[in-house]
Design a protein around this ligand. Structure first.
Ligand code: SF4
Ligand code: SF4
Length: 158
């Protein structure tokens, strides 16, 4: 999509405090369509590409898809998956284990719990194919050795 599409009449920006609201009003006051130079447009487009390439799943963490009847922590699964690409696989694993309660047998919010009911997909404003995306999460974050290693870890810890 072009950076300054003429069809766009309104921009929605998430704001939960006065400071971002004031900054956004200031920016809007000083902005007109077509004000960006070619160099600025090129820079913005490069940044957009880098972000899009890094963020494999465009989840904003809004939580609208929650709760999942199978207790899958959907946004947390996606966040850890994205971290495994942007920061590194080890960091992604650490985040995944923590946020899905992997080392606590009483909790289990992992992506592999998904039973494909589809309830979450109807609620996602980003139109993320949650079921398919969770399968990708399982492939990357829960490899064949994952559960065995976890069980050993839990036993050793006592
Ligand atoms: S499709 Fe999977 S993740 Fe989504 S609500 Fe159903 S069980 Fe939960
Ligand atoms: S509703 Fe969509 S964007 Fe929001 S947390 Fe769920 S998957 Fe992510």
């Amino acid at each position: 999509m072009a950076l300054e599409p003429k069809e766009v009449a309104v921009v929605l920006s998430g704001m939960n405090e006065m400071t971002p609201l004031e900054e956004n009003v200031k920016t809007a006051k000083n902005s007109v369509s077509g004000m960006l130079t070619k160099t600025e447009t090129d820079v913005y487009e490069s940044v957009i590409k880098i972000i899009n390439d890094s963020y494999k799943i465009p989840c904003t963490g809004c939580n609208y898809c929650m709760p999942c009847p199978q207790k899958v922590n959907i946004p947390a699964c996606f966040a850890a998956y994205n971290v495994s690409y942007t920061v590194g696989r080890l960091s992604g694993f650490q985040q995944y284990m923590t946020s899905t309660g992997a080392t606590d047998p009483r909790k289990n919010y992992a992506a592999s719990n998904c039973k494909e009911c589809g309830k979450c997909e109807e609620k996602c404003p980003q139109r993320i194919p949650v079921i398919k995306s969770l399968k990708n999460v399982v492939k990357r974050m829960e490899p064949f050795w994952y559960k065995t290693v976890l069980q050993i870890f839990i036993k050793l810890r006592g």
